[in-house]
Design a protein around this ligand. Structure first.
Ligand SMILES: *Cc1c(COP(=O)(O)O)cnc(C)c1O
Length: 378
């Protein structure tokens, strides 16, 4: 008898992460599906990364001391040992799950949370658990606490959350931590932190500073415009830092990412310009979508979540947008099948998106073979 080569059962059952997607379209595609910074990486980072390319035959500093110190200095963190780097915050989610949750443990998050919390829980054999949100898609602190038990090892809260764009605020985070069981590590995902007032994450960081049971995750992928670079960081308790530093591979962040990250930290102007663009065009987009009778609640991040009259309508609108070269994000996989998530991209791309939705809304959509079946899923 021969044994088949097979992964462990819970690995075999993983469903692949669905990224923003790709589109077969003859012409430039309006990319509004992945919450990237449409303004680009910023000139300083771009130059630094080009220069760093000449030095990639040398391994990076395995301690990443310069970048960790620069992050600490930029963010007013007194203890730089508490800053841990990852190849994107995705890697830090993976490392945290690997270190703290396995078979018999539970990983808790909100009903429409970022999907990697669940994916990693399954990958490491832990039990994923979702707590219901409020009717308007906010995290519900009481529900999270109700769903936490003695087996809960990780609790994720994205502030603001993707794909809902909602947040609960500093006081609610503190109340959540106070009511969670002691063995559960609370992970606050700040992927969109820079789109908020500076005070929010300063306050969360001050709160985390005095605790052994709160982690804050940050990334260079969103407002800093470095999504392909794969660079994220965590502000973690010292004990957690020790664990993650041992568990990560020695060169988990590449040398070009170090250079790009350092330069990005010196480029506040790019962050400010990006934030202003997001504020201006987020308001504009929301108004236009509401005028089309597509309820679009306020979002605290660089995307909006629009509600369509039905599941079929959302799918149909998405098909039409694709036929017009506009790529937005279906969020059926997040349990929100009647909505589309639209990133706050460039002015021209947002105008194409709204124009296409206007055509779709008045039923004037051109019959097009491309409208059905052309969409490639990434
Ligand atoms: C985009 C995103 C991330 C992942 O960011 P990377 O640093 O690129 O891995 C994490 N959390 C949330 C909520 C996100 O939207």
């Amino acid at each position: 008898m021969t044994a088949a080569i097979a992964p462990r059962a819970h690995i075999a059952n993983l469903s692949p992460y669905k990224a923003g997607g790709k589109l077969a379209y003859d012409g430039p595609v309006a990319l509004l599906a992945s919450n990237e910074n449409a303004l680009g990486p910023g000139e300083k980072a771009a130059v630094a990364m080009r220069d760093a390319a000449a030095g990639v035959h040398i391994y990076p500093d395995p301690d990443y001391g310069a970048l960790r110190s620069a992050i600490a200095a930029r963010h007013g963190i007194a203890d730089g040992e508490r800053v841990v780097l990852g190849a994107g915050s995705d890697e830090l989610i993976s490392l945290l799950t690997h270190a703290y949750a396995g078979p018999g443990d539970e990983v808790l998050y909100t009903a429409h949370a970022f999907s990697m919390y669940r994916v990693n829980a399954i990958a490491f054999g832990a039990t994923p658990k979702a707590a219901p949100e409020t009717a308007d898609l906010h995290a519900d602190v009481d529900a999270l606490v109700d769903h936490a038990g003695l087996n809960t090892k990780l609790v994720y809260l994205a502030e603001p959350n993707n794909p809902t764009g909602t947040m609960v605020g500093v006081d609610a985070v503190k109340a959540l931590r106070a009511a969670l069981p002691a063995q559960a590590l609370l992970v606050i995902d700040g992927a969109y932190a820079e789109f908020l007032d500076d005070g929010v994450y300063r306050a969360l960081q001050d709160f985390a500073a005095g605790r052994e049971d709160v982690v804050i995750l940050r990334t260079f992928s969103k407002i800093r415009g470095l999504a392909a670079l794969r660079l994220g960081w965590g502000y973690v308790p010292r004990a957690v830092a020790g664990v993650l530093q041992q568990l990560r591979s020695p060169f988990n962040v590449n040398g070009i990412a170090v250079a790009g990250g350092l330069a990005s930290l010196e480029d506040d102007a790019h962050v400010q310009v990006s934030r202003a663009h997001n504020a201006e065009w987020g308001v504009w987009l929301r108004q236009r979508l509401q005028a089309l009778d597509l309820p679009t609640p306020e979002s605290h991040a660089n995307f909006v979540l629009s509600q369509f009259p039905s599941v079929a309508a959302a799918a149909d609108a998405d098909d039409y947008l694709r036929s017009q070269g506009v790529l937005v994000r279906r969020v059926a996989g997040y349990g929100l099948p009647d909505r589309l998530r639209i990133s706050i991209g460039l002015e021209g791309d947002l105008k194409r998106c709204v124009k296409a939705l206007e055509e779709w809304r008045v039923g004037g959509r051109a019959p097009s073979a491309a409208a059905h079946g052309s969409a490639l899923t990434a």
